[in-house]
Design a protein around this ligand. Sequence first.
Ligand code: UD1
Ligand code: CA
Length: 452
Amino acid sequence: MKRNCLAIVLAAGEGTRMASLRSKALHAVAGQSLLAHVLCTVREFAADTAVVIGPGQDAVAAEALRIIPRAEFFVQAERRGTAHAVLAARAAIERGYDIVLVVFGDTPLIRSATLVRLRDAVAAGAALAVLGFHAADPSGYGRLVTEGGTLVAIREEKDASEAERAIRLCNAGVMAIRGDVALALLDRVDDRNAKREFYLTDVVAIARAMGLRATALETEEDEVLGINTRAQLAQAEAALQKRLRDKALAGGVSMTAPETVFLANDTVLGKDVIIEPYVVFGPGVVIEDGALIRSFSHLEGAHVGKGARVGPFARLRPGAQLGAEVHIGNFVEVKAAAIEAGAKVNHLTYIGDARVGEGANVGAGTITCNYDGVAKHRTDIGKGAFIGSNTALVAPVTIGDGAYVGSGSVITGNVPANALALGRARQVVKEKWRPPLRKAKSGGKSKAADED
Ligand code: UD1
Ligand code: CA
């Protein structure tokens, strides 16, 4: 039985031009790997996904499985070109699909709507459809060679004549091929070219020679930026940030200086959220309606409840769960902790592996001492409790509901509900301790005065 669409995602090779020890596909934009971006787009409509990786690229496979748990993997033993890479997935293609869609793992901004357009062009009768764009700077890209508006070939830059190099219409790298001719086309590709590689792009001329129709669709350059260098990685980041900010603004978020706010691909922002300038969102952040995120805050893996206020200069780390109307102030770090509704942690504080009960107030300079050098321990602060400034809560420790901890305490034992706990040295006062100053008329200054 024929199934609809097989997506083949090419991610083999280490990306030498990135000057990196990691696979290119694992580099990130907007808090997510290049590969994850591509796979999130692909999984929206491809029935099956085959990922082509290089030998030893286990980390790439693991990343793919995180996004598509039933993805299949094919190892391209040697990096011999994009057609060679597609053929690594021959066994998948042989199963028989209506459409084989080839996507590069280094083209993270591609939209599913565009992939659907390519698929539809093939469904409508083309043997293959390629995606093109007008490049501001075409260097490095393959050029779409047309004759009277018909696509006749794709020429790689290294093989292009001077006239062909002048063509601005470039190959985005995404291609949809009719499943029943895919192998016939791919098997005819050879490596007689400047790079001695098997170019996927050759299938256009091959199709034409076989009397099959190839067609080109166009899209915006921003969507198909291919990442070969760190500079292009930064360019993709900028393009994606623009897209994410526009989406946030359209969705009811206020940003005074959107160009200074950095979002992750999965950032979820409610209505009437206000984000002040210079805020960074790592992956996994959800902000509920009406929350205020003040300047210079950094959030990652955190949930911020309705109407909560965060920052300026706050850091929310993974597992920070803020209830409604919570206040997290300047120089406060929260990690793996639930701060329940209405609680306030306003200044210079670390809350890690903890719960802060509803309406509790945590004073300036409070530290949950959660780590003993070997293991992490929990701190539990009850509803309505008051933690005086400069308190160290040595976990594991529980502060009961409504309990009060005096400032400057080091709390090593549990405090019952409504109790007062003081864990500090009693104040000592020594009357008339300071030696009297010598009278000024006696000459030089007193020693004590010099030391003041
Ligand atoms: C490719 C296209 C070029 C297009 C550009 C768009 C070819 C021959 N050239 O060039 O026309 O304008 O992308 O960005 O197709 N890969 C493998 N195995 C290989 C070679 C590549 O898996 O043997 C993967 C890479 O990991 C990458 C993708 O295929 O994700 C593209 O390879 P890359 O070397 O970046 O191709 P470009 O030179 O950019
Ligand atoms: Ca590329």
